[in-house]
Design a protein around this ligand. Structure first.
Ligand SMILES: Nc1ncnc2c1ncn2[C@@H]1O[C@H](COP(=O)(O)OP(=O)(O)OP(=O)(O)O)[C@@H](O)[C@H]1O
Ligand SMILES: [Mg+2]
Length: 511
């Protein structure tokens, strides 16, 4: 009982030491490289190691040092009794080696196919509506079936190996017991030993071989845990713990981008190439350009989600990587293109899950995003539970609450990636007001837009195409160029700068 308690606690203390690091790696890895599987392997690996450490497997190691002692006593009884025990031990060790060789591959295959199966299941759960609406359920079910079959197959192979070897070792142990009795009986008949030796040697040899048997029984778990441990080690080695740089003063003056280029994690091509510009407190920048021109990628660079391959992004002269991530987060508001909220209350989401958030700050952010009234109309106001990834809200409500989250704490740099894609006229008006008031407070606002209305509140425009900046300047100047040279209806409507107008500006700039 004590052993198993101690082991459980050893497992728990390993978990305690590593779980934060593993979580940290889990959330940083997708920003550095393409993640295979569902991205949760590290958590499963840690569980696997903890599970093994807490189980019976390691106790085999505790007993192993006694084995030579028992064998030595067998030799003291009689030379041939000792030899029988050693022969038995060698046979069992041979089985252990076979177990090692034959479980390694299926265990690895089981881990991999298990991850592949999970990816498919997760994607299906997320897209349950699509599967239902277009009757894709059965087809994806078939895919799932085959992924599952692979997994079960690998599981079965490793179980078969472990089970088979377990049975062989059991047979061997019984044979050994009989052999021991036979040898003892023979020695008694030959009058080389007393009858008591038969019983004593039978008991001792089974004690001596118990740890080997235990090891064989737990070999599968041991191999799995060892593979997990190696994967974890590789992963943690690839992403060393972050240093904690010294705190820098709150940024208040400039955002400068100096020849920044970026490659998406795991990608080959530059999504942003050599972009430079600088903004000052109070500036509002609109980024326009066709789809896949690198607007969202540039936004990720600005907020430090991706690190630039070349060049720098600086806040008040300090490159983003010089900031401690949590400290930097306080100065940054980011509204991603695909908004997802976390399960929790509206207030918690706006406060970015800060545990001691002041209600005043939450309400100030909600007011700045003009969603205070909208929130009060929800069933429980700020305490409304919004469900897993914000399901309980409409897309427009989600976007506006995410805007409040971006404005929480009055950050210096606010980057909004297509903030109006789901908004109605009232929402767009609220957004324009929010941008203008943030600028009036001396903040920098960057807005990526396909639709014209979001550009109403900016004073500068950056045009992107194929990852490069094609033009940067005051909004009116950029638009008047377009009006003069291209008589595009949206561009000519003055100040209204949609995707079509963006493309038109590109033509001018290229000309
Ligand atoms: N995580 C990623 N992994 C691989 N490639 C990516 C990733 N994110 C973006 N890209 C690639 O980078 C390029 C630019 O994408 P980006 O999302 O920045 O375009 P965008 O201008 O925001 O387009 P849209 O207007 O459609 O949102 C695209 O070719 C895209 O395939
Ligand atoms: Mg985008």
């Amino acid at each position: 009982m004590l052993r198993s308690r101690v082991l459980t606690r050893i497992g728990a203390s390993l978990d305690e030491t590593l779980n934060r690091r593993v979580y940290d790696v889990l959330i940083r890895l997708p920003l550095k490289q393409r993640v295979s599987g569902d991205g949760m392997q590290a958590i499963r690996d840690l569980d696997q190691v903890r599970h093994f450490l807490s189980g019976l497997g390691p106790t085999a190691l505790f007993d192993l040092p006694w084995m030579p002692l028992y064998v030595a006593i067998c030799f003291l009884f009689h030379f041939w009794i000792g030899v029988t025990a050693v022969a038995g031990a060698l046979l069992l060790v041979a089985i252990t080696l076979v177990a090692e060789l034959r479980t390694r591959q299926p265990t690895k295959a089981a881990a991999e196919s298990g991850a592949a199966r999970n990816v498919l299941a997760l994607a299906s759960v997320r897209n349950a509506e699509v599967l239902q609406a277009m009757g894709m359920g059965r087809r994806l079910g078939a895919l799932w079936g085959s992924a599952n079959a692979h997994f079960m197959d690998a599981q079965q192979r490793s179980s078969d190996v472990a089970g088979g070897l377990g049975a062989v070792s059991k047979v061997l142990r019984m044979a050994l017991q009989s052999a021991m009795l036979s040898v003892g009986a023979y020695l008694v008949i030959e009058q080389q030993a007393t009858a008591g030796i038969i019983i004593a040697s039978s008991i001792l040899s089974s004690r001596a071989l118990a740890p080997v048997e235990l090891a064989i029984a737990n070999w599968r778990g041991f191999v799995a845990a060892r593979q997990s441990w190696k994967r974890l080690g590789d992963l943690l080695g690839r992403l060393p713990a972050r240093a904690h740089p010294m705190a820098l003063p709150r940024p208040a003056a400039t955002l400068s981008v100096e020849g920044a280029s970026a490659v998406p994690p795991g990608g080959q091509r530059l999504a942003v190439q050599d972009v430079s510009f600088s903004l000052h407190a109070g500036n509002g920048l609109g980024i326009i350009g066709p789809s896949a021109s690198g607007k969202s990628s540039l936004a990720r660079l600005l907020v430090g989600v991706w690190s630039p391959l070349r060049g720098k992004v600086r806040l008040d002269g300090g490159a983003l990587e010089q900031w401690e991530p949590t400290a930097l987060g306080e100065h940054v508001g980011y509204l991603p293109q695909d908004v997802e909220l976390f399960a929790g209350t509206v207030a918690e989401n706006i406060a970015r899950f800060q545990p001691d958030a002041e209600p005043e700050a939450v309400i100030a952010a909600a007011r700045a995003a003009n969603v205070h009234d909208l929130i009060l109309r929800l069933s429980d106001g700020y305490e409304t539970q919004i469900g897993e990834s914000g399901q309980a809200l409409s897309a427009g409500q989600r976007q506006r609450i995410a805007l409040a989250r971006a404005l929480y704490g009055n950050p210096f740099l606010i980057v909004l990636d297509e903030p109006n894609s789901n908004l109605d006229a009232e929402g767009e008006q609220a957004l324009t007001t929010a941008i203008l008031s943030a600028r009036a407070r001396g903040r920098i606002v960057v807005v990526i837009a396909h639709r014209p209305s979001a550009l109403a509140a900016v004073d500068l425009v950056l045009v992107m195409a194929e990852g490069r900046a094609q033009g940067f300047g005051p909004k009116d100047e950029m638009l008047s160029k377009v009006v003069k040279r291209v008589s595009h209806p949206i561009a000519a409507s003055g100040g209204q700068c949609g995707q079509a107008a963006g493309a038109a500006i590109l033509k001018v700039v290229e000309a």
